[in-house]
Design a protein around this ligand. Sequence first.
Ligand SMILES: Cc1cc2nc3c(=O)[nH]c(=O)nc-3n(C[C@H](O)[C@H](O)[C@H](O)COP(=O)(O)OP(=O)(O)OC[C@H]3O[C@@H](n4cnc5c(N)ncnc54)[C@H](O)[C@@H]3O)c2cc1C
Length: 401
Amino acid sequence: MKIAVIGGGPSGFAAAIKAAAKNEDITIIEKNSKVLKKLAITGNGKCNYFNEVQDISKYHSSSKNLEVLINTTNIDKVKDFWDNLGIIPYIKNGYYYPFTNNSNSIITSLIAKAKNLGIEIIEDTIVEDIIKIDDKFLIKGNNYNEYFDKVIIATGSLAYPKCGGTTIGYDIAKKMDHKIIKVNPSLVQLISNMGIEKYWNGIRCQVKVTHIESDNILKEEYGEIQLTDYGISGICVFNISRDISIGLSNNKKEHVIINFIPWYSGLNFQEYLDKRSEKLKITNIINLCEAFINYKLLNAILIKLKINQDTNWQDLSEKQKKDFCQNLLHFEVPIIATKGFDTAQVCSGGINLEELDLNTLESKHVPNLYFCGEVLDLDGDCGGYNITIAILTGIIAGESC
Ligand SMILES: Cc1cc2nc3c(=O)[nH]c(=O)nc-3n(C[C@H](O)[C@H](O)[C@H](O)COP(=O)(O)OP(=O)(O)OC[C@H]3O[C@@H](n4cnc5c(N)ncnc54)[C@H](O)[C@@H]3O)c2cc1C
């Protein structure tokens, strides 16, 4: 069988490598001048490709049958795939990176394996259309026209277009009668307009973030937040950004509550500060809190509350003390937008899984047409889950060809 894999990302490579077990003529067609361009920048160039913690709650889709894809058997196939590729992991808090801490180790291993298996890799070729003619597929691109028996679409999502994100996968799927679940940026920075962002720009600190949508608590995350001149970022923010992005696209009111003192478990923080001030004999409000809150952040909060930073804690009114504590424990950030597809790591939504046979990832509408990777309505949390989706679905599609 002559098989075309459209897209030279991790899902395309996994599909081609697996398909090579039963087929001799396999071609990966990639629009960039180099394959695996997005993989190169993952995990800040270190490529966090897997996670020890495997739970279906880390994966998201509108499909009710996700466990047909995300299950122990298939996750074990992903582990075997990396083992067979010879990748030696460096594991930090359950997060897997190549031992070199460099995504190049993964890239060169994938390319070497594909070449060993005789897979042809064509770069600099944009697939523009796929036409079904009898039992063949005509693939049309810039200066490219070729017939294939089977096609695997692994073109990724709209996220991070600098590295290849396009709509082509969705366009071809739509043309062939598949439904696309609305695509939104996910694992993305969040924008606010409180007017104080410029004062906290550049701060990183450990916090608890809570996503509130129209007065309902939807999700809580702990971790390092990055406070920026446009709003908030960081892994804990990325992990709540999916629902916020979808909510905003449905005109919902989205808020993030930041607890800047997640280490405090007492009931009355105002009383704690009263006692701290007495015990340490510190009166100035900044000096009183600087041991546990970044100076710039304290300053931003005081500007928001219109309190002079030279004020003594004892001289604040009861209301000012209450407001100050409230802002340390429950700092409310109204979210007006995300940074969008340009900087999003992945997208939620994509090709409706219900229209594919989830055991093979073959289209239920068009025999011999397969989909894998981020083009699907399937995405994961931060932590190696999205590359796992790419490899897992690539394996399933490739094995089925
Ligand atoms: C900054 C950043 C950091 C990330 N970090 C991590 C991380 O640490 N861990 C993790 O698990 N995930 C991470 N991700 C997400 C991860 O990179 C993706 O989920 C994964 O690459 C998806 O694989 P894919 O093969 O489905 O798609 P892609 O990697 O996007 O590959 C699709 C390929 O198809 C090609 N293509 C598109 N259209 C056409 C066309 N018309 N013709 C020919 N070729 C085409 C594209 O050029 C691209 O090379 C990160 C993403 C970004 C942007």
